[in-house]
Ligand binder design. Structure first.
Ligand SMILES: Nc1ncnc2c1ncn2[C@@H]1O[C@H](COP(=O)(O)OP(=O)(O)OP(=O)(O)O)[C@@H](O)[C@H]1O
Ligand SMILES: [Mg+2]
Length: 366
């Protein structure tokens, strides 16, 4: 795969604003036809990264290459990049067709070419009949589609989306996610999408880059990142995660397992394949959907089986989430699927035993 020329390559890109290091030593590739999401909390440098790729912000250090060509010092209009802003940035005094034609006009395209491209782009976003309307006569979702049509019409070979769905309600957001992804796949245009919504990033992307404080924490497929987070930050950013701290009391090198004496009581076996011994203390991370309730009643003592009391039960339709208090009042979240005979019937104050399967536990140094 790495023999191919990437559509885009960032090499050690850094940008400071005064004393703020907005982006620090960021390097990654975008492959032809790929849909990549930059994901991270507010202020972690996502927009600054996009703006450097589009040419609106000049990096202090590092290089940006587009299909092998260094474009670091090229102005925005010399780049083949279409940026869709969060607020769509449509021109209010222009009609939809004039908005979509804008980029082509700036490039001096012939009138007949412009007309055809505008029609083509509006058909792609399923709005061919809206050309004469003005932006204020459109819904949020329709304005979003016009903004997409505008970058498509201009012939961008690389699309950048900065939180494109944040103005839309939950249902429309889901519909637009599917629509945009299908369109991107049909056209095969390499795309970078910025969001702080991990569900959105996972549902749309071939690959994710998780950022924190201007740096890349981890990159990989949605499944790699969700199942094998390399840091506590990534584990917790990518969805609900239980965190159980304890003292490491043994390592079985042959089986690649470590044994933890949990602060909350009980023993936990977890995979440990590091070249070094684990540290004296460690934290176990575990997703709520990987924990099962093995029986009601007191007991315990077995490794990876913890006794607790249901404190709260939250019914969410397809699943029920139980908040189970362990001996030291640590809450463990347990997610049960609501099949007809599911185990979600446990109400508050029920005593339960939880099974934490070793393969689903991620141990990290404390
Ligand atoms: N023009 C600017 N001048 C000064 N500081 C800036 C400027 N643009 C961004 N910053 C700072 O750089 C950091 C990264 O900002 P950026 O807009 O890239 O974050 P973001 O990840 O897009 O956040 P959000 O999810 O809130 O949009 C922040 O601390 C921000 O305050
Ligand atoms: Mg931003």
């Amino acid at each position: 795969m790495n023999q191919r020329v990437p559509e885009l390559r960032l090499e050690h890109v850094t940008k400071r604003f005064g004393s703020t290091a907005a982006v620090q030593d960021v390097s990654f590739c975008l492959w032809p036809g790929e849909f990549l999401s930059l994901l991270g909390p507010s202020g972690c440098g996502k927009t600054t990264t996009l703006r450097m790729i589009a040419g609106f912000v000049v990096p202090d250090a590092g290089r940006i290459l587009c299909r092998g060509q260094d474009i670091t010092d090229e102005p925005p209009y010399r780049r083949d990049v279409g940026l869709v802003f969060q607020n769509y940035a449509l021109f209010p005094h222009m009609t939809v067709a004039e908005n979509v034609a804008f980029g082509l006009k700036m490039r001096g395209a012939a009138r007949s070419v412009t007309r055809d491209r505008v029609q083509w782009a509006l058909e792609l976003v399923r709005m061919p009949q809206y050309g004469t309307r003005r932006p204020h006569e459109l819904s949020g979702g329709q304005q979003q589609r016009v903004a997409v049509a505008r970058v498509l019409a201009a012939g961008a070979s690389l699309l950048l989306f900065d939180e494109p769905f944040s103005n839309l309600d939950a249902k429309l957001r889901k519909a637009m996610q599917v629509e945009l992804r299908e369109l991107q796949q049909r056209l095969g245009i390499a795309t970078i999408h910025v969001t702080h919504d991990q569900q959105e990033a996972m549902s749309m992307s071939d690959r994710l880059i998780v950022m924190n404080s201007g740096q890349i924490e981890q990159e990989g497929t949605p499944e790699e990142i969700y199942r094998h987070p390399r840091s506590a930050f990534v584990a917790e950013f990518m969805g609900e995660c239980n965190r159980l701290a304890g003292r490491v009391v043994g390592v079985d090198r042959a089986r690649g397992m470590a044994e933890l004496d949990l602060d909350a009581g009980g023993r936990l076996l977890a995979p440990w394949s590091g070249p070094e011994d684990p540290p004296e203390r460690a934290v176990a991370f575990l997703r709520p959907e990987h924990i099962t309730i093995v029986s009601s009643g007191a007991g315990g003592g077995q490794a990876n089986v913890l006794a607790g009391t249901v404190r709260r039960r939250v019914y969410l339709g397809p699943v029920t989430v139980l908040y189970v208090s362990l001996n030291d009042d640590t809450d463990v979240l347990v997610q049960c699927t609501n099949s007809l005979n599911g185990a979600s019937g446990y109400g508050p104050d029920a005593r339960v035993q939880l099974h934490l399967p070793p393969p689903s536990v991620r141990l990290m140094p404390l």
